[in-house]
Ligand binder design. Structure first.
Ligand SMILES: [Zn+2]
Ligand SMILES: [Zn+2]
Length: 396
């Protein structure tokens, strides 16, 4: 490459204190999805100071910085998510969340800091780069699908985006490791509500009434098996019921029960069959006895599918950044991620950067009030994004 890994590494180590400072500032000022107003203005100012062309207001609070190299070439998008979570932080840190009930408990503070660092680092090398890098700061990754709104607001055109990379700091991988996989990497996730209607009555004289609670018990115990039996063997999916509400008093036959849950699936080919199988099960189980049901089914995030060539590129770069023995092929995950919306339209790769602490006591799950990342992983992420961008723009 024209730009060596060593040149990027040297600049990354010079920038890391600034990246840590940025991460801690975001950490102290967390904002929920689509409310990332302070976050958005900090980012826009930083990118403008670097001389980038800055667009704001995509998907309400999204920010995009465009950096042109010295000649024509492809456009690579690098993406960070911006939102925090409704969690009350319990860490004792100088930079702990200053907003009650809101916390960066997933590492998105680190993603933004890494991407700002990458913008600064790559801007310092832009005379040696052809093509363009688009630095994308996207709101509302957690549940709200900010990515979809960024796309609706024209993110992937003007200029046309040729490829996309995104990373997640992750505590299940130790610091020093990079993990990803080709093809389906993270599951699609949909949500549903089932309302089961019975007929109320006196619990001492239940004849003539239809017990919605008894019907719901059959749904809870039978739904998953019914879907499994209807799908090709080995299909990777989960149907989970997360809430159940019904009945009004101990001596009344319940006439309504409401169930809420999620469907997760790693196979796009079988994914649409799941809703059909659920409807079939509900009508077979509930209506023969005279009860009724409604299934409200909302499609959520699609499966996150990594492109083969882009994943090869990321793994090759990761071999230089952390060493080939620390590049892990991850098993597919049943968690979901709205990076999937971009990867449906643009070839790309989503990868994990190990941020787990060597100290097991500090290895806390994401979304936990004591979640934290090993900040050394910020430098890994910075080196990864910058090296991958340089390789992509030079070789494709
Ligand atoms: Zn999360
Ligand atoms: Zn996250």
């Amino acid at each position: 490459m024209k730009i060596s890994y060593a040149a990027i590494d040297e600049r990354a180590s010079g920038l890391i204190n600034e990246v840590i400072r940025l991460r801690r500032d975001f950490h102290e000022h967390p904002e929920l999805g689509f409310e990332e107003r302070r976050t958005s203005s900090v980012i826009a100012r930083y990118l403008a100071d670097l001389g980038l062309e800055v667009k704001t207001g995509l998907a309400r609070t999204g920010v995009v910085g465009l950096m042109a190299g010295s000649g024509p070439g492809k456009t690579l998008m690098l993406r960070a998510d911006m939102d925090a979570l409704p969690v009350q932080e319990l860490n004792e840190l100088d930079y702990r969340s200053s907003t009650p009930g809101v916390m960066h408990a997933c590492g998105h503070d680190g993603h933004m800091a890494i991407l700002l660092g990458a913008a600064k680092l790559l801007a310092s090398l832009k005379t040696s780069l052809n093509g363009q890098v688009m630095f994308v700061f996207q709101p509302a990754e957690e549940n709200l699908g900010g990515a979809r709104f960024m796309i609706e607001d024209g993110l992937l055109e003007n200029p046309h985006v040729d490829a996309a990379l995104g990373l997640h700091l992750i505590s299940i991988l130790p610091y020093g490791y990079i993990g990803t996989r080709k093809g389906p990497f993270m599951a699609a996730m949909d949500t549903f509500t089932i309302r089961i209607h019975g007929r109320g009555g006196h619990s001492a004289m239940p004849g003539g009434s239809i017990d919605a609670i008894a019907l719901s018990a059959g749904v809870v115990s039978g739904l998953n098996d019914h879907v499994r039996n209807g799908l090709p063997a080995g299909s990777r999916f989960l149907v989970n019921i997360g809430t159940i509400r019904g009945g009004t008093a101990h001596n009344i036959v319940a006439d309504l029960v409401e169930l809420e849950g999620t469907v997760r699936c790693l196979d796009e080919a079988v994914h649409p069959m799941i809703k059909v199988l659920m409807e079939g099960f509900l009508s077979g189980h509930i209506t023969p006895g005279g009860g009724g049901f409604e299934l409200a089914y909302q499609e959520g995030y699609p499966t996150t599918v990594n492109d083969t060539a882009m994943t090869d590129l990321v793994c090759r770069v990761a071999g230089h950044v952390v060493g080939p023995d620390k590049v892990i092929e991850m098993p597919p995950s049943m968690a979901s991620e709205d990076m999937s919306f971009y990867l449906q339209r643009v070839p790309g790769c989503y990868f994990f950067v190990g941020a787990g602490s060597d100290d097991a006591a500090l290895n806390i799950p994401h979304h936990n009030p004591r979640f934290t990342v090993d900040e050394r992983a910020l430098e890994t992420g910075l080196r990864m994004l910058c090296s991958a961008a340089a390789v992509f723009l030079e070789t494709t």
